[in-house]
Design a protein around this ligand. Structure first.
Ligand code: GUN
Length: 288
């Protein structure tokens, strides 16, 4: 690698390294507070069906729970489960005083209304930070549990001392779980934020003017080298499987040659999401 460009040599932003630091902090917080709390933290994960990607995410989440000392329970439901049955499971978990965090793995089957399900989770146990209350707090820059992927990205930028003040940041994607809360968090750090999506005109011209680009698209090699300027920083939220079965992000690897910083896939944003979930579960436990 190494083309002429502004700034430093292209530097890998290792989500894996930052996640390890986050997990270490979580483990310390648990051992320091267990006596005071009188019990270990506990996370309940509800998963519906056998979506392979969800199974991988859940396995990683459970492994991290075990690493730091968070008790966990997985409730696996059939894809035919009714919304009422799911709401009943959530009701029981809400009432269980040994459960600090409830995570309902997305995506849900089409016959279940995600907003109704999220609203049913006790706010103090919403470790995903997806409830309207948490999303509102995020936009107000008020305290509260934050959605894991964007909060993990903010930790990454902080870890590598990336100053967002006055930076032009492009988020490609408009999801509730990544793009919207990330925009709020970047704004709170004085960035100028643009959210682009599938209807955005001249996206690859817009992307030329950016200091930082975050892609959350879900298409392998979506962002080509011709769409970026030298010295840009890149954060890739995408996790896509190629026809050959290889895991790749949304950003074409040729972009790395021009980038000042970039997150790899795997080993970038994925581990940060999991680590932030652990951090959120510890936060919920400390507040219980
Ligand atoms: N599916 C993909 N990412 C997430 C996440 O962060 N939380 C939940 N609950 N489901 C997801």
């Amino acid at each position: 690698m190494g083309k002429v460009r502004k700034g430093e040599v292209n530097m890998l932003w290792s989500g894996k390294e930052v996640a390890q630091a986050m997990l270490l902090e979580a483990r310390q917080a648990i051992s320091e507070n267990s006596a005071k709390q009188g019990r270990a933290p506990k996370l309940a994960i509800v998963v519906i069906g056998t979506d392979p990607a969800s199974q991988v995410y859940i396995r990683n989440k459970l492994r991290s729970c075990d690493k730091v000392g968070i008790l966990n329970e997985t409730i696996a439901l059939e894809p035919t489960v009714s919304e009422a049955e799911l709401l009943n499971v959530i009701k029981q978990l809400n009432a269980d005083k040994t459960v600090d965090g409830i995570l309902v793995q997305l995506p849900l089957p089409k016959h279940i209304n995600v907003q109704i399900v999220q609203a049913a989770i006790s706010t103090d146990k919403d470790v995903d930070g997806f409830k309207a209350e948490h999303m509102g707090a995020c936009w107000l820059n008020a305290p509260g549990l934050r959605p894991c992927t964007p909060a993990g990205i903010m930790r990454l930028l902080d870890y590598y001392n990336y100053d967002l003040t006055g930076k032009n940041v492009l988020i490609i994607g408009r999801s509730n779980i990544v793009a919207k809360p990330l925009a709020a968090m970047l704004l709170a750090k004085n960035a100028t934020v643009t959210i682009a999506h599938s209807k955005t005109k001249n996206l690859f011209e817009l992307s030329q003017n950016m200091d930082l680009i975050v892609t959350s698209v879900g298409k392998a090699n979506f962002l080509p080298q011709t769409a970026i300027k030298a010295g840009v920083s890149l954060v890739d939220v995408g996790i896509n499987r190629t026809a050959e079965g290889k895991l790749v992000g949304d950003i074409d690897h040729a972009c790395y040659e021009l980038a000042e910083n970039y997150t790899p896939v795997p080993g970038g944003v994925g581990p940060l999401t999991v680590a932030q979930l652990i951090v959120n579960a510890v936060q919920a436990w400390l507040e219980h």
